[in-house]
Design a protein around this ligand. Structure first.
Ligand code: PLP
Length: 457
C-alpha cells in the first residue's frame, strides 16, 4: 500500500517560531506550568485543541468574499441553511456564534430544576449550560468506554440498559431530552454506532423523550460507522449522516470542529413549537434569525466547509493521521488510549508516571514536560480539570489522568506528526525525571484555564 498523503496542496503558510529548550524551561515556569498561559508564538506544534484551529480551503476563503452582510434575509444565510438541511434533513436551522450558544438556548428552553438530561458523555460546556438551567446532566457511557487500554469499535455508545433503568427510576416526565455526543470528545473522541443511536431512539420514542445529537464531529463519526459497522461499507458519508440525523429530533453543532471554520455554530430541529421559543431567545442573545451572531461571510464558510468535511479522501487522511501517531507511540511502549479517536491522541499519564500521585497532577506535569522537550502544547484532561475536594479539602481525583493532543484539521503534515511522536517518546524515555506539580492559585470554577502551579522538589 502507498503512503496516505495529505489530500491538499499548501497555498498560504504561517511560519512557526522556534525556541530553545532553555527558553522553554523559563517560558513554562513563567506560565505557571499551565499551557493556557503560554503565548501561541512560543509554541512549535499546537495541539491544545481542534476547535476553531482548522485551515480553511481556498473555496472557503473565496466564499468569505461572497458573504452577503444584509441584516435580514442574507443570501449567505440561505446557502448555509441549504447546506445544513442537505446533511440533517431538518426543517428548522438556527445559526449561532458557536456551539455553546446553541446549547445555552436549547437548555434554557428545555432544562430547569428537577429535570435530567441524559448523554453518553456531556462535553464540559454542554454540562455547564444544563446545570446553569438548574437541570442535572447524566453520563451513561457504555462500560468499554471506561477502560483506556481496551480496543473496541464503538467506545462512545450509551449504555442502553443503564438508560432504561434510569428512566424507570426517575420517571420519563423528568427526562425531557437525551443528547448523544458524536464523536465522544470528553471520552477519547470515540464513535457511537448507528445501532446504538437506533436503540436510543426507540427508547426515547417509547418514553416521550426528545433525542438530540451534539454533532460537532458528525463526519468523523460517520466515517467510523462506514469503516467499522456492517452494512455501511458501501454507503456514502452523506447517506450515513442523513440516516444518523433521521433518528434525531434536533442537533447542536459547533462549526469550529467539523465545518473547518474559525467561528460559528447552529441549532437544528423539527418542532416549530420548540423553534419559536428558541428564536425568541436567539434574538435577545445572538441576533436576528438569519445571522445569529455571525457575519454573512462566516455563514458562507460554514456552508462550504460542511460539504468538504464529508469528502472521503479527507476523512481517510484525517482518521489515519490520528491512528498513525497512536501506532507509533504504542510501538515505543507509550501508554495511550486505544483505539485512536477521531480528532485526538490521549496519553495515559496515570500509567506513565506512577511516581506522581493524583494530588500532584501527573497529566499536567506531562503537559509541561512535552512542552519543554519539544515545544508541543497539549492539554490535561484529568484531576486538574475534573478533580473535586471533599469536606476536609482533600482532592477527589478524576477517573483518568489523560493528556489530550488534539490535531487541528488540515494544518500539520506527516513530518510535524513524526516530530510530535519523537518528542513524546523522548519524554517517555526520561519519565522518571518528571516532577509533580502543586497548585498555587485556582479559580472556583473551570480552574484548569487559569490555575497557577509550581514544580515540587
Ligand atoms: C467544542 C464542543 C462544544 C462547544 O462548542 P463551542 O463552539 O466551543 O462553543 C460542544 N460539544 C462538543 C462535543 C464540543 O467538542
Amino acid at each position: 500500500m502507498k503512503t496516505i498523503i495529505e489530500p491538499f496542496k499548501i497555498k498560504s503558510v504561517e511560519p512557526i517560531h522556534f525556541t530553545t529548550r532553555e527558553e522553554r524551561i523559563k517560558i513554562i515556569k513563567d506560565a505557571f506550568y499551565n499551557p493556557f498561559l503560554i503565548r501561541s508564538e512560543d509554541v512549535l506544534i499546537d495541539l491544545l485543541t481542534d476547535s476553531g484551529t482548522s485551515a480553511m480551503s481556498s473555496a472557503q476563503w473565496a466564499g468569505v468574499m461572497l458573504g452577503d452582510e444584509s441584516y435580514a434575509g442574507s443570501n449567505s444565510f440561505y446557502r448555509f441553511e441549504k447546506s445544513v438541511k442537505e446533511i440533517t434533513d431538518m426543517p428548522i436551522i438556527i445559526p449561532t456564534h458557536q456551539g455553546r450558544a446553541a446549547e445555552k438556548i436549547l437548555f434554557t428552553v428545555i432544562g430547569g430544576k428537577g429535570k435530567y438530561i441524559v448523554s453518553n458523555t456531556l462535553f464540559d460546556t454542554t454540562r455547564a449550560n444544563i446545570e446553569y438551567s438548574g437541570a442535572e446532566g447524566i453520563d451513561l457511557l457504555c462500560s468499554e468506554g471506561k477502560i483506556p487500554s481496551l480496543v473496541a469499535p464503538f467506545k462512545g455508545n450509551i449504555d442502553t440498559d443503564a438508560f432504561e433503568k434510569f428512566i424507570r427510576e426517575k420517571g420519563s416526565e423528568s427526562i425531557p431530552l437525551c443528547i448523544i455526543t458524536v464523536t465522544n470528545n470528553s471520552g477519547g473522541g470515540q464513535p457511537v454506532s448507528m445501532q446504538n443511536i437506533k436503540e436510543i431512539k426507540s427508547l426515547c420514542k417509547k418514553n416521550n423523550i426528545l433525542l438530540f445529537i451534539d454533532a460537532c464531529r458528525f463526519a468523523e463519526n460517520c466515517y467510523f460507522i462506514k469503516k467499522r459497522e456492517s452494512g455501511y461499507e458501501n454507503s456514502s458519508i452523506q447517506d450515513i449522516a442523513r440516516e444518523l440525523f433521521s433518528y434525531a429530533d434536533g442537533c447542536t453543532m459547533s462549526a469550529k470542529k467539523d465545518a473547518f471554520c474559525n467561528i460559528g455554530g447552529f441549532l437544528a430541529m423539527r418542532s416549530e413549537e420548540l423553534a419559536v421559543q428558541c428564536r425568541n431567545l436567539l434574538i435577545i442573545t445572538e441576533g436576528f434569525t438569519t445571522y445569529g451572531g455571525l457575519a454573512g461571510r462566516d455563514l458562507e464558510a460554514i456552508a462550504i466547509g460542511l460539504k468538504e468535511v464529508m469528502e472521503e479522501d479527507y476523512l481517510h487522511y484525517r482518521i489515519r493521521s490520528i491512528e498513525y501517531l497512536t501506532e507509533k507511540l504504542t510501538a515505543a511502549g507509550v501508554p495511550v488510549l486505544k483505539p485512536g479517536g477521531g480528532h485526538a491522541v490521549y496519553l495515559d499519564a496515570k500509567e506513565m508516571l506512577p511516581h506522581i500521585p493524583p494530588n500532584l497532577y501527573p497529566a499536567q506535569a506531562l503537559v509541561a514536560a512535552l512542552y519543554v522537550e519539544g515545544g508541543v502544547r497539549g492539554v490535561e484532561i484529568g484531576s486538574l480539570m475534573f478533580g473535586k475536594y471533599d469536606v476536609n479539602g482533600n482532592l477527589i481525583p478524576a477517573m483518568m489522568e489523560l493528556v489530550r493532543l488534539a490535531i487541528p484539521r488540515r494544518v500539520y503534515t506527516q513530518s510535524h506528526i513524526d516530530y510530535v511522536a519523537e518528542v513524546i517518546i523522548e519524554t517517555f524515555n526520561n519519565r522518571e525525571k518528571i516532577k509533580g506539580l502543586k497548585i498555587e492559585f485556582e479559580a472556583p470554577v473551570l480552574r484548569h484555564f487559569t490555575a497557577k502551579l509550581k514544580e515540587t522538589k
